[in-house]
Design a protein around this ligand. Sequence first.
Ligand code: NAD
Length: 544
Amino acid sequence: MAEKSFPRGSDLLHDPVLNKGSAFTAAERDALGLRGLLPPRAQTQAEQVERVLGNLARKSTDLERYISLFALAGRNQTLFYRVLVDHIEQMMPIVYTPTVGEACQLYDRIFRRPGGLYISAEDRGRVAEVLRNWPERDVRVIVVTDGERILGLGDLGSDGMGIPVGKLMLYTACAGVHPSQCLPVTIDAGTNNAELLVDPLYFGLHQRRLRGPEYDALIDEFVVAANELFPQLLIQFEDFGNENAFRLLERYQERICAFNDDIQGTAAVALAGLYGALRITGESLRDQRVLFFGAGEAGIGIANLFVRALIEAGLPQDEARARCWFVDSKGLVVRSRNDLSSHKVVFAQDHPPVTDTVAMIESVRPSVLIGVSGKPGVFSRAVLEAAARQAARPIVFALSNPTSLVECTAEEAYRWTEGRAIFASGSPFDPVSLSGRHFVPGQGNNAYIFPGVGLGVIACASRLVTDDMFLAAARALAHQVSPAELEEGRVYPRLTHIREVSRAVAVAVIRVAFEKGLAGVAVPADLDAYVRSLMYEPEYRSYV
Ligand code: NAD
């Protein structure tokens, strides 16, 4: 294939990777046939950023801001990432949760351009051909969803594309993975969402979900073809339905370089929050008893990593598991129940059945409540007051996303525990002032973990992603919280430090890869400098 010549004039302005818009210099305009195609005065990138921020501020909703930012990414990728990197605290809730949830619910309506690659049930037998249509060849990370369980919003089918697109933007913004190395994929295996199935504007397949061997064959064809085409590939599974998520992770975890963020990434972020909270209370992990509301991907994932950490701290496995109590939609997870999946059975406790949440708290006496139920309001006033009777500093993590599904708000957590709760949530909450005191809630955002894990894996060409890497990542993240941040009640560092956090996480992951003999390339001794050298910076380069 002939090498593509460098575009000129209008073609250059329409190339989002190379385009600099009003920032092309006079010399570049002369050399590249741009004179007259742009307003006369060349602007700096900083001036462009100011213009973008002003435009965003004039929009009346975050969904409009989301649309506007994505339009910018389609025109000028460098400027888009400059805005994202330099204003990550402000932009994260727009490109990711909570706004991304709303965007997915309307994805077929707000559609401008795909942003990623669709592989559908109709592509069986020619998935490799579809993958080859993607224009980039050095792809290092794929985030893939089948749209069955988007955030806490359920089955959105092909409209789930907003998730892999948004997550990969965070790989670039938070960890500097080059945009050309990122490929968002949505596997359209159908949808069981009755509204979408009859919606003429829904652009996914109007058919029910494939299940069983047909589904597995489609996923397997994708996994094999993707690894053949992109030999140094990391696959992140994202927002699959509960049963498929666990099954696919078990099937691929030991065979290819892959992980599931909802299970393993969430686990590391929650465990890091717990380590952070214990730095505030001065207690040890061994003394904690956790009551999980929700026994799905997030809850079971967190519990498994918590157990691993306890075992490393010297506890036998059964004692470590006994520290984890679960509530699901049917009540407390106890041995006498005969409706438990294999993932829950290992955590079933020897206890009479209970469905009343306050009675559960009084009986279990947890020091930590973790909400991953997708059921808003589950941490009611009565629940929070009961938790506050059991612990001097109850740790309350209400992780369900988006904000409309959160178990309790930050204000409720502080108010109903007399300001004693150490609180974190999945979607962001503003600081709370209560009786003259100021509280800063933490955001247990998976973006603290997965971009750094991905960067570390890519940097050492690890053959696998292991649970030990997530444990190391959790510890690295917890170490990044400064004493001043802990003082404010924060259990996570400020998002403004996310690139340093990702670097520390990546270094921790690389160390594990070498310890376990998984690294595929030699790396320099100064890991921090090495990782830093790999990170993409959204800066314009000169074309003349
Ligand atoms: P899932 O569907 O796999 O699991 C949900 C679980 O909640 C199920 O076990 C269900 O039985 C249980 N449940 C339902 N009603 C309940 C009730 N009234 N009380 C207690 N449990 C109940 O979903 P998941 O992947 O585990 O995610 C759950 C939630 O956690 C979602 O809202 C998701 O957005 C959120 N989440 C947040 C983060 C984060 O903030 N970092 C990460 C991952 C998931």
